[in-house]
Write a protein that binds this ligand. Structure first.
Ligand code: AHR
Length: 658
């Protein structure tokens, strides 16, 4: 329905267009309107859709320390037949060793004969294994009695062994054993089999398998291909760890950064809030091991040249769920968490948390500039909590900018209330979220043209056009959505004096494990691809510029008349003038770009064209670049460059100044 309606809107635009097949746009090259913040285009990471465990965090073993609600979830005994006494040479138990332990459970194996006991781990929808890839297997073990060994086998989906090695535990004390081996074949759905052989009693915990080919080859690190897709965007910031995951469905499952650092075995696993969120997409095996924790987030941001932007709980659980509140007189630990985080990121190594950072191997500060108070909270309860957080943070760290929020919707009572209150409180940066249909995005290209310039700066913190309805499982990352986002983003860019940060959300989705769609990047156990929306984001963020230039059709801004949207920037570092043009109509348009001002332009430039003949066109594992930018040359005549804008296209014209 919505799609049909939008097509009608576009047809109307197109018929209007017949009157003006040729447009001239004037770009004033030497009178920049405003600066563009280096943070303008960033990324929003949340552990949703198996974005962390099973995704970015490259651990292949699911439930490695038996801490899921069902301790054997992800595991099965492979030579066990309850009807046959001959089927196995032993047994095992799951033992819980006391509440003071971060991850209290472990497995105790009673191995009674050479046939041994076999345990198999299924990974996250299988394990993605690559031919000739090197893998690191590790396990914590304690040989309580006798003498046993562990035969480690990788098996492909047909049951063929594609890699093996062995460990012989040598001590009755808990000890970590590590071994490396290679895989002989590629398989997206391999399993890990552990055969416990010999005679004795063996305790095991923290069973882990990592590829060595992680990002920057860090042991226990992140999936290389996924980080590369992020790095390619050259994002200005990384927002983490979410999203609703910050808040928790209840306070007990909110994100607590201090519990996500240090040795991985000391990071307490908790349930992921998306485990039970959607009945239509249940994810009973979705937990957070926090192997990807706050230190790794800071490190990731640093690696890809982005500002870290952590968002913290403000003592309010998700208001769509329990809406649990911390009483105002019990907020201190939450506020202290925020202050400690800033000390962790920026403090001298002589401070408690600065030393903690140095001990993790990063003595240099992370130079944190922003901190978020609450994710998507609303109502007076949020405002009163925001007040005490901001007072405490500003008192100690006046230089750190605080990000507050207007709640889940881009308009309506909750939005208006928060906007008014936050303005009165002189909030510095306010986070707005937009999950709306493509038509909304096209129309909202002018959203910020008349925004109050004396108010807070805006963080367009979560947005994505929804092809069907908000968070509908039928939403697609199709070209129509991406094109409408591009049109909207020209409006963000034209208003870069107000918009200081912007990020699409959510970022990642596992093809078999998603709860929420659309998402910017889709992956399975071996492959990943960027959606058309990804290429829109990438074209903006890699062509960010340093200053906004005026681009006019006559005396008017280019905000949708005849389906045309435009913005333009100057990049003082690369000496380029960049014009972004969206043709949302169903006809090709010819546009002459007239560059005015003293700057001398080279006569040749390039145009990056992103388009699809099909508004429902998508990328996929089979055709990952069905909708991807194509580069073409463009020649100018003096200061005029004529460019053909195909129907339903997004073009980025780049001209270098002599
Ligand atoms: O991006 C998915 C969810 O949408 C985020 O967790 C939340 O902030 C918003 O409601």
């Amino acid at each position: 329905m919505q799609y049909k309606k939008l097509c009608m809107v576009m047809v109307v635009m197109a018929s209007a267009m017949k009157l003006s097949a040729q447009t001239t746009l004037t770009i004033q090259t030497d009178k920049p309107i405003t600066e563009i913040q280096p943070t303008m285009w960033g990324i929003f990471f949340e552990d949703i859709n198996y974005g962390a465990d099973g995704g970015l965090y490259a651990e292949l073993v699911k439930n490695r320390s038996f801490e899921f609600f069902q301790p054997m979830m992800g595991w099965k005994q492979i030579n066990y037949d309850k009807f046959s006494s001959n089927s196995t040479s032993g047994d095992f138990q799951i033992i819980t060793r006391g509440v003071e332990e971060a991850n209290p459970r472990f497995a105790r194996l009673f191995i009674k004969g050479d046939k041994g006991i076999g345990l198999s781990n299924e990974g996250f929808f299988g394990m993605g294994i690559k031919k000739d890839g090197s893998y690191t297997f590790s396990i914590w073990a304690s040989q309580l009695e006798g003498s046993t060994s562990i035969r480690i086998e990788l098996v492909d989906s047909k049951g063929n062994v594609i890699g093996q090695t062995r460990i012989v535990p040598s001590s009755s004390d808990w000890k970590k054993y590590t071994v490396e081996f290679k895989a002989s074949a590629t398989d997206a759905k391999a399993n890990l089999n552990l055969w416990f052989e010999g005679k004795g009693t063996l305790d095991i915990d923290q069973v882990s398998l990592f590829p060595q080919d992680t990002w920057k080859k860090r042991p226990g690190g992140l999936r290389n291909d996924l980080v590369q897709l992020l790095a390619d965007m050259k994002p200005g910031f990384v927002r983490f760890p979410g999203g609703c995951i910050v808040e928790g469905r209840e306070l007990a499952t909110r994100y607590q950064w201090k519990k996500t650092m240090g040795k991985v075995e000391d990071r307490t696993l908790i349930v992921n809030r998306w485990n039970t969120e959607f009945e239509h997409r249940p994810a009973p095996d979705y937990f957070q091991s926090f192997g990807l924790g706050f230190f790794e987030y800071f490190q990731l941001a640093e690696d890809i040249g982005a500002e870290p932007l952590p968002i913290l709980s403000c003592g309010m659980a998700c208001q769509f769920n329990t809406a649990e509140l911390v009483p105002m007189n019990e907020l201190d630990p939450y506020i202290q968490d925020a202050l400690d985080l800033i000390e962790f990121a920026n403090g001298d190594v002589t401070t408690k948390w600065g030393k903690f950072r140095a001990d993790l191997g990063h003595p240099a500060p992370f130079k944190l500039k922003f901190i978020g108070v609450g994710n998507e909270q609303w109502g007076p309860q949020y405002i009163e909590r925001y007040k005490v957080f901001s007072k405490a943070i500003k008192q100690k760290y006046p230089e750190v900018k605080i990000v507050s929020g207007t709640g889940p919707f881009p308009d309506g009572d909750l939005f208006d209330y928060a906007t008014k209150e936050l303005k009165e409180l002189n909030a510095e940066i306010v986070d707005e979220h937009y999950y709306r249909n493509p038509d909304w995005f096209l129309k909202q290209a002018t959203r910020y043209d008349n925004y109050d310039r004396s108010g807070p700066k805006i963080f367009a913190g979560e947005y994505a056009a929804q092809s069907k309805a908000i968070a509908s499982p039928d939403n697609k990352n199709n070209w129509l959505c991406a094109l409408s986002e591009a049109a909207f983003m020209t409006g963000l860019e034209r208003n870069a004096d107000v918009i200081h940060l912007a990020s699409y959300a959510p970022l990642f989705a596992h093809a078999e494990g998603w709860q929420w769609t659309p998402d910017l990047i889709w992956f399975d156990n071996l492959n990943a691809y960027g959606t058309p929306n990804y290429y829109v984001q990438k074209l903006f963020s890699t062509n960010k510029g340093t200053h906004v230039l005026s681009v006019l059709a006559g005396t008017e801004k280019v905000t949708g008349k005849n389906g045309l949207y435009a913005s333009s920037v100057w990049d003082k570092n690369t000496k380029e003038i960049i014009v972004k043009l969206v043709n949302a109509s169903d006809k090709e348009q010819t546009t002459t770009l007239q560059f005015k001002g003293s700057k001398k332009l080279q006569s040749k430039g390039v145009v990056h064209v992103l388009k699809s003949d099909n508004l429902e066109g998508v990328n996929s594992f089979e055709q990952p670049k069905q909708v991807a930018p194509v580069e073409q040359p463009i020649n100018g005549k003096g200061k005029n460059f004529t460019v053909k804008l195909p129907a339903y296209s997004f073009s980025v014209v780049k001209i270098t100044v002599q």
